[in-house]
Write a protein that binds this ligand. Structure first.
Ligand code: EPZ
Length: 429
């Protein structure tokens, strides 16, 4: 296991280039199996979840040539399997997108019931309801989801819950269904638009992605294409919140500012200075931050994936702030760890009350999931003294080169393996 050794009282300054979107990449990669021709992908982030997805594709028979750290050519002309391996699938929840893409290509799929972050119950009833409406038979046994469909036939599907995963999975399956599918009450995230653009470039007929109604006319053939994945708005938002939380001055570059409007608005409300340029956002927070209320909602609301990082920012704002987590039932994994650093936070159900203004103090803490891990790193940078963050494998799932990007902004962070952490810390004091 590895940890980050972090010196506090950081003041992040400089420019950071944001990587490609994890959540777009893990949706586009399974969609590659729809074609037999070569697909050329760029701006793919080099993170653990993407490496896992690449291994799953190779196991299925896709030949993959890496053209660079963030550039891949994939040719799925010898697909031999319809069941991604359990050992790989259990590492990342997004592998369930192979349900939709393998159903579309082969009319069958066999995918282990998904694992993923510990964010409370994460059912997939909406995915299965949609697959069944399209004509798939579903049998769940021995921890496997077996889907098969002689024919997928287009139909109208109304999602009971706004779900990114269900929207993506049903868009994949419906792309090859006969006739028209209308998906209603769907998620509108930029990653869904990016996937729809990719599928349409391959020959799909998808209209309305980014709105709450998506119309899909099924096709049978898909061509190979080149696609560049959109920038990661959650990584960008993480750096924006880190800059403000450390009283720094940072420019996040190679982004799409429209995807970050909710974060920009919230940072301005908290007293940060935010200047938006065409592909860059500059954040500075010279003055004391102001307490504010934060509610998470599906896009274009404030993203749940930035709620833990937003909570850390609000510990620095003198006064009472209230966070309402409207997307997940149990997404406050960071709270107990932040309290070990002196944060004054009270959780009642989906609401967290933050009494901000007391400086955090460095402490040994543990990352429990990807985004709460990133939040703890921000807290460690803000705190007085040194912190050790363990279980950073969670952070490696979704942030490319994270510590190096922060070091380039002036942070003092070292990646150490837990077994020799003690020796190293004595030598560096
Ligand atoms: C996606 O997860 C993201 N993952 C998550 O990001 C993100 O937190 C989440 O959307 C919400 O924005 C990827 O894109 C790979 P949902 P997903 O289906 O698709 C309920 C990260 O840090 N629901 O939109 O699994 C569900 O319980 C990760 O990058 C059902 O009830 O989320 C939740 O309360 C963490 N039934 C809500 O909908 C279903 O069938 C939203 O979940 C599906 C979902």
């Amino acid at each position: 296991m590895e940890s980050f050794k972090v010196k506090g009282n950081a003041n992040l300054k400089g420019n950071v280039i944001i990587s490609g979107s994890k959540n777009a990449a893990v949706a586009v990669l399974p969609a590659v199996v729809l074609t037999k021709e070569t697909v050329r992908l760029d701006n793919i982030p080099d993170i653990t979840d993407v490496r896992t997805m690449i291994k799953i594709l190779e196991n299925l028979g896709v030949s993959i040539r890496r053209r660079g750290r963030n550039a891949l050519d994939l040719t799925p002309n010898h697909l031999a399997a319809i069941d991604p391996s359990y050992d790989l699938v259990k590492k990342m929840r997004a592998s369930y997108y192979f349900m939709g893409s393998l159903l579309a290509r082969f009319g069958q799929a066999r995918v282990p019931i998904p694992g993923g972050c510990d964010l409370g119950p994460r059912p997939i009833d909406q995915h299965l309801k949609g697959f069944s409406a399209l004509g798939a038979d579903i049998n769940i046994e021995h921890g496997m989801i077996n889907l098969s469909a002689k024919r997928l036939v287009g139909t109208n599907i109304y999602l009971d819950v706004v779900s990114i995963g269900a929207t993506i999975n049903l868009m994949l399956a419906a792309s090859s269904a006969e006739g028209r599918t209308v998906l209603e009450n769907v998620a509108k995230e930029p990653e869904i638009v990016d996937l729809a653009n990719f599928l349409n470039a391959m020959g799909a007929k998808i209209r309305g992605a980014g709105t709450d109604v998506i119309r899909i006319d099924g096709v049978k053939e898909y061509r190979g294409v080149a696609h560049t994945v959109i920038p990661d708005r959650i990584e960008a938002g993480t750096f924006m919140l880190a800059a403000a939380a450390t009283g720094g001055s940072v420019a996040v570059e190679e982004i799409i500012p429209k995807h970050l409007e909710a974060i920009t608005a919230k940072l301005r409300e908290a007293g940060a200075h935010v200047v938006v340029e065409p592909e860059k956002i500059n954040i500075a927070a010279p003055d004391p931050l102001l307490p504010s209320d934060l509610k998470t909602f599906p896009y274009p609301g404030f993203p749940t994936d930035l709620q833990p990082q937003g909570m850390v920012l609000l510990t620095a704002a003198k006064g009472l702030s209230v966070i309402t987590e409207n997307v997940f039932d149990g997404r406050f994994n960071q709270v107990d760890e932040l309290k070990r650093m002196g944060a004054k936070i009270k959780v009642e159900g989906r609401t967290a009350l933050i009494e901000g203004g007391t400086r955090l103090s460095g402490a040994p803490v543990t990352a429990h999931d990807l985004r709460s891990g990133a939040a703890l790193l921000i807290a460690a940078l803000m705190a007085d003294g040194e912190s050790q963050i363990s279980a950073i494998k969670h952070i490696d799932r979704g942030y490319e080169n994270f510590e190096q990007k922060l070091i380039n902004l002036g942070a003092s962070i070292q990646r150490v393996s837990d077994d020799n952490y003690e020796q190293l810390s004595s030598s560096l004091d």
